[in-house]
Structure formats: structure tokens, C-alpha cells
Design a protein around this ligand. Structure first.
Ligand SMILES: Nc1ncnc2c1ncn2[C@@H]1O[C@H](COP(=O)(O)OP(=O)(O)OP(=O)(O)O)[C@@H](O)[C@H]1O
Length: 265
């Protein structure tokens, strides 16, 4: 028995005949923030789809909160989905509803709670996201950072056990992005939620992650703490975190200059 909230074992994922995930293993512990990084096309979104039970393993196992998603009944999957909060870029707020109505929506659709209780829960989550008093505004009236926070409030309004967050910093300026990172940490502290976050932003990853998983071409390159990843002996990871291209173009003039002067790089 493992005490992991998420266990991925030897997962192989395909789109039709094309394999995009190869023998992926991952354990996420309760209350842990796991950040998934990797170049574009490395399989991050596909892995997320497996973790959300939107895609089933071709081989291998995905256990979420102890449930083997591939063997679970429709009813079990429905119950499982209630324990998962999702804040995705595509999952923007509904523009015709107020911020408050958007945040209330999951409670209205999935619970039989009365209006007052739903109201209190909505306000609590908005307050946690520093959006107290904004419930009557329309999404179009919010800034990019506020929209993200409102989306996050909606994702956690049902008190999920696990939060999945895709690209929290995308489209945000650096200051707003730092504020959002702080809110993510505050949220974890307040709700002791397990989180899986996909991000391209190194600074953000290093700030919020307990551990980072790095994917390359559908394979796990490394899973480790921030320090372990920073000191990784894997040259691909060093390239990723130092933002060097995979194959550095050779600058003939500079090379000749170094050769002539004996200067080291
Ligand atoms: N619906 C699909 N059908 C076929 N191939 C797909 C599909 N979605 C993704 N792929 C392919 O699977 C591979 C992994 O894609 P995925 O979107 O998981 O990567 P990613 O790391 O999330 O990329 P990005 O950072 O650009 O979002 C890519 O080669 C992609 O072209």
C-alpha cells in the first residue's frame, strides 16, 4: 500500500498508433506540490489528461486517491472527479455570469447545499483568493491576474483533495505572476491540498514546487526537489533551466577568435 494521493506506474500513453508517454512513473504525496515541466510537446498535457481520468492508459496504471481509474465504474469516476479541482487555461469563467455566480456554479451543479451555505462558501473562497467584494463584477471587468484568481476560487470551491493547475503564470506580468505563486502557497497552507501544476515558468516552479518532474519526449528525465533539479547532471535539464537551445549553433567567428587567442569560454 502506498500513501500517495497519485500513483502512476509504468504508464504508456498513445494517440492512435503514436506513443507519446513511455513508462512514466510518478508518486505524489498528500499535501505535496508537484510541478511538471518539459519542452513543448514533451507530454505534460497528455499526462494531465491521464491524471484527470480523461484519457485511459494503454498499459500501466493510474491510481488517484487509491482508485485505479482504468478499472473504476462510471459512478466511482464521478465521485473521484468531485475530489479534483481543475484550473485550466481553457476553463475560463463564463462571461455571462458574475464572478460570484461562476464560483458558485460547481456547488450548485454538484451538491444539494442551500443557497445561504453556497453563498458563504463562495465568499470564503473569493476572500482566500484576495477577491472579497468582487462577486458582483462581470469577468470582463477583471484584470488577467484577477481572472486567474477567480478561476482558482471556482476550482477549489468544492474543497477538492487535489488541484490541477495548467500554466498559472501564462499571460501574466511578472509581478502578478509572483502574487499568484504566493496565493498558490497560501491555498496549500489553508487547505492542505495536493497540487499538480504544469508550468513553463522556472522562477514560479522553483518557488512553489516541493518536487519537480521533468519530461522529455514522453519520458521522465528526473523527478526531484528544486535543489536536485537545479543540480541535475542531465544536460537536457540544465539546458531547460538555463534556457539554452538543445544544440548550440556554432559561431564560426567566435570559435576562430578563441582558437587564435587561446581564450576559454
Ligand atoms: N489529440 C492529439 N492527437 C494526436 N497527437 C496529440 C494530441 N495531443 C497531443 N498530441 C501529441 O502528443 C505529444 C505530446 O503532446 P502534449 O500536448 O501532451 O505535450 P505538452 O508537453 O503538453 O506540450 P505543450 O507544452 O506545447 O502544451 C505531442 O507530440 C503532440 O503533438
Amino acid at each position: 500500500m502506498s500513501d500517495s494521493v497519485i500513483s502512476v506506474r509504468q504508464l504508456n500513453g498513445f494517440y492512435g498508433p503514436r506513443q507519446v508517454l513511455f513508462d512514466v512513473n510518478l508518486e505524489v504525496k498528500p499535501g505535496e506540490i508537484m510541478v511538471i515541466m518539459g519542452a513543448s510537446g514533451s507530454g505534460k498535457s497528455t499526462l494531465l489528461k491521464h491524471l484527470l481520468a480523461l484519457q485511459m492508459p494503454s498499459s500501466g496504471q493510474v491510481l488517484i486517491d487509491g482508485l485505479d481509474v482504468d478499472r473504476a465504474s462510471a459512478r466511482d469516476l464521478k465521485d473521484l472527479r468531485r475530489k479534483m479541482g481543475v484550473a485550466f487555461q481553457g476553463g475560463a469563467l463564463l462571461s455571462s455570469l458574475t464572478v460570484g455566480e461562476n464560483v458558485r456554479l460547481p456547488l450548485e451543479q454538484n451538491t444539494k447545499l442551500d443557497k445561504n451555505t453556497i453563498d458563504i462558501m463562495m465568499r470564503l473562497k473569493l476572500e482566500l483568493m484576495n477577491l472579497a467584494g468582487f462577486e458582483n463584477l462581470m469577468p470582463a471587468e477583471l484584470s488577467g491576474g484577477m481572472l486567474k484568481r477567480a478561476g482558482l476560487a471556482r476550482a477549489v470551491v468544492m474543497d477538492p483533495k487535489i488541484l490541477f493547475f495548467d500554466e498559472p503564470s501564462a499571460g501574466l506580468d511578472p509581478v502578478t505572476s509572483v502574487e499568484l505563486d504566493e496565493l498558490i502557497l497560501k491555498l496549500r497552507a489553508a487547505m492542505n491540498m495536493t497540487m499538480v501544476i504544469v508550468t513553463h515558468e522556472l522562477e514560479s516552479a522553483f518557488k512553489i514546487a516541493d518536487r519537480i518532474m521533468v519530461l522529455f519526449d514522453g519520458k521522465v528525465a528526473q523527478i526531484g526537489t528544486v535543489d536536485e533539479i537545479k543540480q541535475s547532471p542531465d544536460i537536457r535539464i540544465q539546458n531547460l533551466i538555463n534556457r539554452r537551445p538543445r544544440h548550440e549553433p556554432v559561431d564560426a567567428d567566435a570559435y576562430l577568435q578563441r582558437l587564435l587567442t587561446g581564450e576559454k569560454r
